[in-house]
Write a protein that binds this ligand. Structure first.
Ligand code: GFB
Length: 316
């Protein structure tokens, strides 16, 4: 319900997946809340092992859990590693959600993705478009796992009265992104390619697909702020979309990245690579009605992401 206030004050908040782009943004955002942040590395607890997860939760007794841990990747990784994307995500969310029920977690936030919606869902995609049509084949494995996570939260709420909620962010980018062309998402991939083309003096850089798909890009700092807002002010079964409401073609994104990076050449299109969904625009009206909006512009966010890449990666 909107307006149902939950206080983070004095709470132990476990950010599962704190080394990833979303988890690390969440840890930074929670630093300005009056709470204790708990984290645990993969070397100590493999989240795919139920006994390890339950033992850790029994020992640490978090009050609040944010599930930012997931196997994630861009369009190519999603379409080439189906069992990793389905199995890892199903088992991580199942272990944590069940553990949260066993050890009396008072609030849990599960994170999904806009790819849970049907490939040809009416745009912008409202929350109730879920399960109304076939999924986009390049990411159906990931989508099925994320849909199961939403349903797990709803099932524990219905059967056990657990305050477990779900948020579905649109395409994310920012500091901490996976800057790997093959495995990563489009923003990171194009920043690397534009930077390398600039440094090498190349006349052109390559984009996958046709450049015509439309995407909505949310800066991960905005997402973390929205998640803290939802932890405090949302408590209900339906999942909530988190986006900007603004969409760009992949070509427009590449042009803005070119401007930010200082690449002035041409774009070539490798149409042997998939386009994926033609369009994925979220309907953010529920989140807006609750009282939250994104505030970072695409160009401003891209400048921050590029600066982070330059500071954290070895490159020419
Ligand atoms: O970000 P991305 O990999 O994922 O690709 P999706 C978005 C669009 O950018 C696609 C095009 O149309 C790609 O073909 N693209 C152009 C590129 N050049 C590149 C490049 O160099 N790298 C990449 N990665 N793309 C993902 C799902 O779909 O969205 C996940 O696979 C998840 O499950 C995520 O839901 C949010 O937006 O197509």
């Amino acid at each position: 319900m909107a307006g149902t206030d939950f206080s983070l004050s004095g709470k132990k908040v476990w950010v599962a997946g704190h080394r990833g782009m979303v988890g690390s943004a969440m840890v930074r955002r929670l630093a300005s809340e009056d709470c204790e942040v708990l984290t645990v590395g993969r070397d100590s607890v493999d989240l795919r092992r139920q006994d390890a997860v339950e033992r850790w939760m029994r020992d640490k007794r978090p009050d609040v859990v944010v599930i930012a841990a997931a196997k994630v990747g861009g369009i190519l990784a999603n379409s080439t590693l189906p069992s990793d994307f389905l199995y890892d995500n199903l088992v991580i969310e199942t272990n944590i959600i069940h553990g949260a029920h066993l050890y009396g977690v008072s609030k849990l936030l599960f994170l999904g993705s806009s790819c849970i919606y049907p490939r040809l869902a009416a745009q912008p995609m409202a929350e109730d478009a879920l399960l109304t049509g076939p999924l986009e084949p390049t990411n159906e494995w990931y989508a099925i796992a994320k849909i199961a996570g939403i349903k797990l939260c709803q099932a524990y709420r219905q059967q056990h009265g657990c305050d477990f909620i779900s948020a579905m962010p649109t395409n994310l980018f920012g500091p901490g992104d996976n800057f790997d062309v093959q495995a990563g998402h489009v923003v990171a991939g194009l920043i690397i390619k534009a930077h390398q083309a600039k440094v090498n003096g190349s006349p052109s850089m390559e984009l996958w697909g046709t450049g015509t798909p439309l995407r909505e890009f949310l800066h991960v700092g905005d997402l973390a702020d929205a998640l803290v807002f939802l932890l405090k002010h949302y408590s209900d079964a339906p999942h909530i979309n988190v986006g900007t409401g603004t969409e760009h073609t992949i070509r427009q994104l590449a042009e803005t990245i070119g401007k930010v990076v200082g690449f002035t050449g041409e774009f070539r299109f490798d149409t042997s690579k998939p386009d994926g969904s033609p369009r994925k625009l979220m309907d953010n009206s529920r989140l807006h009605a609750l009282g939250w909006r994104a505030h970072t512009s695409l160009e401003e966010g891209l400048r921050e992401a590029y600066a982070w890449y330059l500071a954290n990666h070895s490159h020419p």
